[in-house]
Design a protein around this ligand. Structure first.
Ligand code: CO8
Length: 371
């Protein structure tokens, strides 16, 4: 079998930026409104008063300083508290396709491939913009790519699981080059009135060309992949086509993203640290030989804790585990490959590890070597 490479990557993110102070100021105005409006009920003990959020908490707990979003104005407006979009329909490109095409073109340029070189398109995301037709097929059509295309959903591991599928397709002889696209437009699904969630997510998209052809000057050979899933209710989204037919009462807010962040933190960190350690050991790679850890960007403390467990010390240079979360927030499954795209200046022969973790739970690590 010929070697399979990451041949190029590209990212897209919206121009609008929200700082912690801005998101906190909006949230706290909502809290004032809520508490004033419900003053009597709060005093009588029927309703709990809402508490303020704080920039200091957000930066300390998550590492996030800013996030790029599709619609700053409406997210910060306490009368909307969500971005405004239009319904998907056949008159225009879908929001995921627009982001995906932009990132895909950059990845194809970097990989030095054109539409004729690509045999398949795999789109992985945490939230489908619609049920069908597949957005991957829409992008395939726009870019003039032949072959096959499909969408897949694996929460925060959608990107790495999609890269894994691309690898398998190439290794099995089904394809030579596959374009993987991961749009994560998360902000429409964030409850901006929830104190423990309102600051976490940003919008963005990453695309990756996986290939057995050697056309790129910046290739990373995929040495090995490892995947695991373990069921957990700690990160959930219950929104689906079944909502229309459900006979029990739930509000839209009940169906949005929710999590038990503290349990996720406690359960996932040791799980991922052990997973990466075992994966490296299985490949006879000492953790000290890893030049870069491109990890899922859920929380900077999680990234640093996982890396310190794997390498056996918390005394390491911050460049070892890049943290685009500081600027972009949590980009759901796109985070690890955003980190890769922005920080992949390794020397020939250097090794690195890409690892996602999140809803499911789902974990995937990919060991790569710079060519
Ligand atoms: N401001 C001030 N104080 C706050 C705030 C706030 N905004 N929020 C909570 N607090 C308070 C709490 O009330 C609590 O107070 P007390 O001690 O009095 O009870 C205190 O701060 C500590 O709260 P926590 O224990 O909850 O705080 P943590 O230190 O655990 O930090 C985090 C919270 C940042 C959420 C952290 O737990 C975390 O990042 N956990 C990991 C979560 C994670 O990795 N989730 C994965 C999600 S992404 C994914 O899998 C894909 C989903 C698909 C995308 C969805 C898009 C919508």
């Amino acid at each position: 079998m010929s070697d399979v490479h990451i041949a190029g990557t590209g990212i897209w993110f919206p121009e609008d930026i929200i700082t912690n102070d801005e998101i906190v100021s909006s949230f706290n105005s909502y809290v004032d409104n809520f508490n004033n409006h419900n003053k009597n009920d709060i005093e009588q003990g029927n309703i709990e008063a809402m508490e303020y959020s704080s920039s200091a908490f957000i930066e300390k707990a998550s590492g996030i300083k800013t996030r790029h979003v599709i619609d700053k104005k409406n997210i910060l407006d306490i009368n909307t508290m969500m971005p405004r979009v239009v319904h998907e329909d056949e008159s225009r490109l879908s929001i995921h396709a627009k982001a995906g095409i932009d990132a895909a073109k950059k990845a194809m340029d970097q990989a030095n491939v054109g539409p004729d070189d690509i045999d398949g398109v795999i789109l992985g995301t945490s939230h489908a913009a619609r049920n069908y037709p597949s957005v991957a097929i829409e992008i395939q059509n726009e870019l003039g790519i032949q072959g096959y295309a499909y969408d897949m959903l694996v929460g925060c591991s959608s990107t790495t699981f999609a890269i894994n599928n691309a690898y398998s397709d190439i290794a099995s002889g089904l394809a030579n080059t596959v374009l993987v696209i991961n749009p994560e437009i998360s902000t429409p699904f964030v409850n901006y009135a929830k104190r423990d969630i309102h600051f976490i997510f940003g919008d963005g998209c990453v695309a990756t060309v996986i290939s057995n052809n050697k056309k790129s000057n910046n290739q990373y050979k995929i040495l090995d992949r490892k995947l695991i899933t373990k069921f957990s209710n700690n990160i959930r989204s219950d929104w689906s086509y079944l909502v229309r037919a459900a006979s029990d009462e739930k509000s839209i807010e009940d169906l949005l993203f929710y999590q038990n962040g503290n349990s996720v933190f406690k359960e996932v960190c040791p799980m991922v640290a052990e997973f990466i350690t075992t994966h490296l050991k299985d490949n006879n790679i000492n953790p000290s030989e890893v030049s870069k850890f491109w990890l899922h960007q859920a929380n900077s403390r999680m990234v640093n804790l996982i890396v310190s467990k794997v390498i056996g010390t918390d005394d390491f240079d911050t460049s070892l585990a890049p943290l685009p979360i500081e600027k972009f927030g949590n980009l759901a499954s796109a985070g690890s490959m955003f980190a890769f795209n922005l920080h992949n200046d390794l020397e020939k022969g250097d090794k690195g590890i890409i690892c996602s973790f999140g809803a499911g739970y789902s974990v995937c690590s990919i060991i790569v070597e710079k060519q």
